[in-house]
Design a protein around this ligand. Structure first.
Ligand code: CS2
Length: 492
């Protein structure tokens, strides 16, 4: 077994591998991060690593709310890990040092609350995925019947959920006269700052009406748009990167060259100068968010369901099929673009061209199955908001509805060859039951799934233009299979 990447082995890494240009021992903790997955480590942790040389106050304590995997990998490495940036031109490796410590919340609940309540902590960032907000995806309101919410309201001092941890930490700060931290969500939710604020305010109100008012009046929750494609790390990645380092890194992260972070500048307790690392600070994130969620993530989910059903393993494999490229270009140009309000100075044609190239990046093995996860939480902001805008203008939803139909076909849990699909979704069991009862009839299946209010709301199921288009596309998928359906679509 070769040595491990850590503070001691850092100096002996081969030349050409960039490493922290600051003294890690001099760092303080200014940020507590919840949800220390690959995305955080390839995005916010990198922007922060870039500015720690100028300002060592913003080191990160990062927590996993569930699994100990990241702790087990990074603790023996003093929090260090490799960032691999891959494209057709090759791979660049860099060691990131901004994470000072990893905490596994269920094992060290009090430690995490302590870190969050510490006066030095001025920002709590989050990447807990869409489902981590315990909200109703269709309305954005706190789901008060969510088992974690019910638990956390009963046991305030030992929370499980992100809202539970944040509200308890804010309660402790308030009691101790420490100003609240800024809550910075970095998940792909619609109006993510406003959504998290609403969820936290309601949660706090249920704890104590005064605390609810305090959160409403005093806690700043800027919205953000985050973008970087970060597929799950594979064993081949680990092996290749270990070889290049000459020491073992148990959990490197692999990503693309592109990165973007747009943030509303509302940080009453201060913030790192992330703009020095390329982040953009703006007054209103919404136009950027719509552009990104609808063009990138809407296309991604469409590619994931149709690509998976067509037998393609990765996004790049799917995009090697010209019919899919035409479908996605059509989706973006014809159906999404007319719904967007342009961010100032944006060049949309260049943005869309870059997206196609990013999806085609053959060096990234981004599995369609990975993106297909949690569709119930993703569909509303990725496809259905666009659908609503289109319907309001009386415009076509031919491709958007194909994406929704492919999701329906996918959550039946049986692929086109009759093999099981490992559907990962907080609603998977309910969706599967509905599908089993409906059987392989497009009408029955679509009808049963439209009734899932948390996804489709009260309006869409009543609109025959929507239900008709989705049902017709679902029938096509059953008759022809996804690959032929996409090929025919592209030929039209
Ligand atoms: C993807 C996103 O897994 C998914 O659902 O669509 O993680 C996507 O890669 C990022 O949002 C890109 O910024």
């Amino acid at each position: 077994m070769p040595d491990r990447l850590n503070d001691d082995s850092l100096a002996d890494l081969p030349e050409g591998i960039r490493r922290p240009a600051y003294d890690r021992r001099a760092l303080k903790t200014g940020i507590v991060h919840l949800g220390v997955g690959a995305f955080h480590r390839a995005h916010q942790a990198v922007y922060t690593d870039d500015v720690l040389g100028q300002d060592p106050r913003w080191g990160i304590v990062a927590a996993s709310l569930r699994s100990p995997d990241t702790y087990d990998a990074l603790q023996p490495q003093d929090g260090l890990y490799t960032l691999s940036v891959r494209s057709q031109d090759g791979e660049a490796l860099r060691i990131i040092g901004s994470i000072r410590r990893v905490i596994v919340a269920p094992r060290a609940t009090e430690d995490l609350l302590d870190a969050m309540a510490d006066p030095q902590t001025r920002i709590v960032t989050l990447t807990v995925t869409e489902k981590g907000y315990c909200h109703d995806p269709a309305t954005g309101a706190l789901n008060e019947a969510h088992p974690d919410v019910v638990h956390d309201l009963a046991y305030l001092k030992t929370p499980r959920s992100a809202p539970g941890f944040i509200v308890e930490a804010l309660r402790r700060r308030r009691r101790a006269g420490i100003p609240p931290f800024t809550v910075l969500t970095c998940d792909n939710l619609p109006s993510n700052g406003r959504t998290v604020k609403r969820v936290l305010t309601r949660f706090a109100e249920l704890v104590d009406p005064d605390l609810g008012r305090f959160v409403a009046d005093q806690v700043s929750c800027p919205s953000t748009m985050v973008d970087r494609i970060v597929p799950a790390t594979s064993d081949q990645d680990r092996e290749r990167i270990g070889q290049a380092l000459g020491v073992e890194d148990a959990w490197p992260v692999v990503t693309e060259p592109f990165t973007q972070w747009v943030i509303e500048d509302r940080f009453p307790q201060g913030r790192p100068a992330w703009e020095m690392a390329g982040a953009e600070f703006v007054a209103d994130v919404e136009p950027y968010e719509h552009m990104k969620l609808r063009l990138l993530n809407g296309s991604h989910s469409t590619l994931a369901y149709l690509g998976y059903l067509s037998g393609y393993e990765t996004v790049a494999d799917t995009m090697a099929d010209p019919a899919f490229v035409r479908l996605i270009e059509g989706l973006m140009d014809e159906e999404v673009t007319p719904t967007l309000h342009m961010p100032p100075g944006a060049d949309l044609s260049a943005y869309k061209r870059a997206l196609i190239a990013r999806f085609k990046n053959p060096a990234l093995k981004h599995r369609t199955w990975q993106i297909a996860m949690d569709g119930s939480q993703k569909l509303p902001q990725r496809l259905l908001g666009t659908v609503r805008d289109r319907l309001q203008g009386g415009a076509s939803i031919a491709r958007l509805s194909l994406g929704v139909a492919a999701w329906m076909r996918y959550v039946t849990g049986i692929d086109e060859k009759g093999a099981p699909i490992d559907v990962r979704d907080p609603m998977a069991t309910r969706l599967r039951e509905l599908a089993d009862r409906a059987g392989p009839s497009a009408d029955a299946l679509a009808g049963a799934l439209f009734a899932v209010r948390e996804i489709f709301g009260d309006d869409l199921p009543k609109d025959p233009r929507f239900t008709g288009a989705v049902t017709a596309n679902l029938a096509r998928l059953y008759e022809r299979g996804a690959k032929r359906a996409v090929a025919e679509f592209a030929a039209e």
